[in-house]
Design a protein. Structure first.
Length: 128
C-alpha cells in the first residue's frame, strides 16, 4: 500500500446536499477520503450572493482558509472582511466564522489539524 492518497475533491461527497444546503453551497470534507489522521481538509463553494446558513468555531483547531477562485466576504467574530483569489486567512480556534459568495461565488480550501468532536455550529449566526 502506498504512503500517499490521490483523490479529486470533485469525487468527495457533497455534504451540503445531505444537510439541505445545496441552494447556498457545496461542502466537501476530504479527510476520511484521503485517509488523513491528523489533518482536516474541506473544499467549500458558496454560490454568488449566497451565504453559508451557519457559522462555526472550534475549541482547538486553528484553520487556514485559502480562496482558490472567486471572491466574497468572511465574517470573523464581529468583523467582516473582503477576500479575493489567493488570499490566505489564518483563523484562531475560538473565532466564529462564516463565508459569503461575491458576484461570481467563492471557492475556499480550509485546512487545519483534526481534533475529533471539536467544533460548534452556530445556526443563523450571520444576519444583516
Amino acid at each position: 500500500m502506498a504512503d500517499y492518497t490521490h483523490k479529486s475533491l470533485n469525487d468527495v461527497k457533497d455534504s451540503a446536499v445531505a444537510g439541505g444546503f445545496s441552494e447556498q453551497q457545496e461542502a466537501r470534507f476530504a479527510r476520511e477520503d484521503l485517509g488523513a489522521e491528523q489533518t482536516g481538509l474541506a473544499h467549500i463553494k458558496v454560490k454568488p450572493g449566497k451565504r453559508m446558513p451557519f457559522g462555526h468555531k472550534h475549541d482547538e483547531a486553528e484553520e487556514i482558509y485559502v480562496v482558490i477562485a472567486g471572491s466574497g466576504r468572511l465574517k470573523l467574530d464581529d468583523e467582516v472582511i473582503d477576500v479575493v483569489e489567493l488570499d490566505a486567512i489564518r483563523i484562531a480556534p475560538e473565532v466564529a466564522r462564516c463565508i459569503e459568495g461575491g458576484p461570481e461565488g467563492i471557492s475556499v480550501l480550509a485546512v487545519g489539524a483534526h481534533h475529533p468532536n471539536d467544533g460548534e455550529l452556530l445556526p443563523d449566526w450571520w444576519t444583516d
